[in-house]
Design a protein around this ligand. Sequence first.
Ligand code: ZN
Length: 452
Amino acid sequence: METVYGNKAETLIFKTDKFKRVINHVLLGTRLDVVNEKQDAYEIDARGRGKSGWVKKKDVRNTPILKIFFVDVAQGDGAIIESPEGIILLDGGPSSKYYKFILHRYKRILKDEGEINIKAIIMSHPDWDHFNGLTPIINDSRFKIEHIYHNGIIRYDKKPPGRNTKMGRTTNQIINGKTRTVLTETYSSLSDAKKLIDGGFLMSTFKKFWQAAINAKKQGRLKGAKCLTIHNKTIDGFDRSSNNCLRIEILGPVPSSNKDDKLEYITFPEAENIAKENPGISDSHTINGHSLVLKFLYGDHSILLGGDLNIPAELHLLAHYGDKNPFRVDVAKACHHGSSDYLVDYLKKVKPMANVVSSGDNKSFDHPMSDAVGSSCRHTRGDHPLFFSTELARATSSSGTHYGLINLRSNGKILAMAQMKEQHKKVDVWDSYTIPWNGKFHHEIKEYKKNN
Ligand SMILES: [Zn+2]
């Protein structure tokens, strides 16, 4: 039997084909299996997303749409991007939470087909709260992965012999008439990763990640790995432009070498006055600052995910793009889990209609910071700025923790976001919003104005 997908912000499921009693509603793009058909109605199996019943044919479509899941991985980032072109896993958090969610989400496909195809695994930058949770997926023989993409920065354990940073060797170079410190030791392919492992001194989680990838390649489950920068412009398979295709633009990192085959990164802080005021700035600023910055375009909509950018990195990006503004989007993931290390000028360029923060409760991190939440909402378009947080969406009760999932859906024309409601029911219950959002109580306010 055929498969259809919800094509309304919320598609109603009725008890019968007379469409009188609503028994369930599913989010835009939810897959529904057709079990019976009448002239203007389908009887559908909701595939575990609440009660099955009847939908109006005009409320569904025949092709899948764009879905982005911001998974509550605690302190870290982990997103799943499902598109008509395939599945992308963008960062995977620090622990097994992301892997567990993936197994839950693709339970039915894994049961029916025994395997799942992943178009791309992307490590925005080599911090373990972004890549460590991807390792069990790469190790799972049921996952077939086309490519792993990364930003080319290496993670050593402390400073290995012959290197002056935990990322590798740097040299001083004259760039635009100024002496700058440049990271000259980088990598790209799986054979590069193998050489790094053989050379020793890698951070253990980083080594495990690449060892898993090398094993997957040996088993014929992974084609290869590649470093991405702005010179790549896009990702293979995500370069077409049409209403029903996902397109990806690479807006960062911006390497200091212009030659594609010689990848080098300026080491931050590039703004000396910030360095003086913040002596704590270190290698981690460079590792975070050269995060992959990806813009996802689908139909009328755009979404920006920029890893763990910080002030020097945002200055570096703004200086590179000058008067151009490729950063403006509809929805943005807050950089660095909502840290205070953000540039207001950068937020003004992005100016989305909704923000998403992925963060956790770990004591040593206070993400999201109060000023980052305030500033990102202030620089959001519209009178009802939307702010989603995996921590706010999370709920705890005597029966356990219910992890907070933030959901984005676009069919190219309708853009909807939803968070799981804090209810402990067998099926998912959503608090959903269409973008642009005009406020939940819009009509009531109109009434009030009329009567007063
Ligand atoms: Zn991070």
